[in-house]
Design a protein around this ligand. Structure first.
Ligand code: 5GP
Length: 179
């Protein structure tokens, strides 16, 4: 029987084990090592969810590179009807830099589309996206993602940096909500 955990009222079971996640991250890092040979990329890791993925990834990236951490806030824009996500904490000048955005999971893709637009407005030399998980069925806007760890079903997951109500980020396996 798969081990399950309970957080508040919900039960979760192991979905992808830590060893499988870590093995895939090494593969992603070696692809980046090849693709960015001779370059000095700047990794922009989106907090909070990507902290564990970013740390594991960086251990296997052997390029001269930099990493910094950003947050994405949501706020109600005065002139607009929808929610707009705004990048917070980007102090580095990304103009002419090879930027790699590090995300935990792309669900509808809406957050990443906005982040990408805001970063492109700052004229990086190149911009690519790496996400550990993606839910292809949930995508609402097409977005090019250069590096994808795992394509998963459209179900709520937690662990490996991802939370449920603030909890579960420290779990080293990925869990999925029990049906
Ligand atoms: P999107 O704009 O792509 O719909 O949302 C992306 C963000 O939603 C992710 O960075 C993550 O914070 C959150 N998210 C999306 N799906 C899940 C999920 O299955 N579990 C958790 N814990 N967070 C998720």
């Amino acid at each position: 029987m798969k081990s399950t955990i309970q957080i508040h009222d919900k039960h979760f079971e192991v979905f992808i084990e830590k060893t499988i996640i870590e093995h895939r991250i090494i593969e992603l890092a070696s692809k980046i090592n090849q693709d960015y040979q001779g370059k000095r990329p700047l990794f922009l890791a989106i907090l909070n969810g990507s902290f564990m993925f970013a740390a594991e990834l960086m251990k296997s990236v052997n390029l001269a590179c930099e990493i910094t951490f950003l947050r994405v806030s949501s706020y109600q824009a005065t002139q607009s009807s929808g929610k707009v996500h705004k990048i917070l904490g980007l102090l580095e000048n990304i103009e002419n830099r090879d930027v790699i955005v590090v995300e935990d999971i792309v669900d509808t893709g809406l957050t990443m589309v906005e982040i990408k637009q805001q970063l492109l407005a700052q004229n990086p030399a190149s911009l690519s996206i790496i996400t550990l998980f993606q839910k292809p069925e949930a995508l609402k806007q097409p977005i090019d993602i250069q590096y994808i760890g795992f394509e998963i079903e459209n179900k709520f997951v937690l662990g490996y940096g991802l939370d449920y109500d603030g909890l579960g980020r420290n779990l080293s396996d990925l869990y999925v909500l029990c049906e």
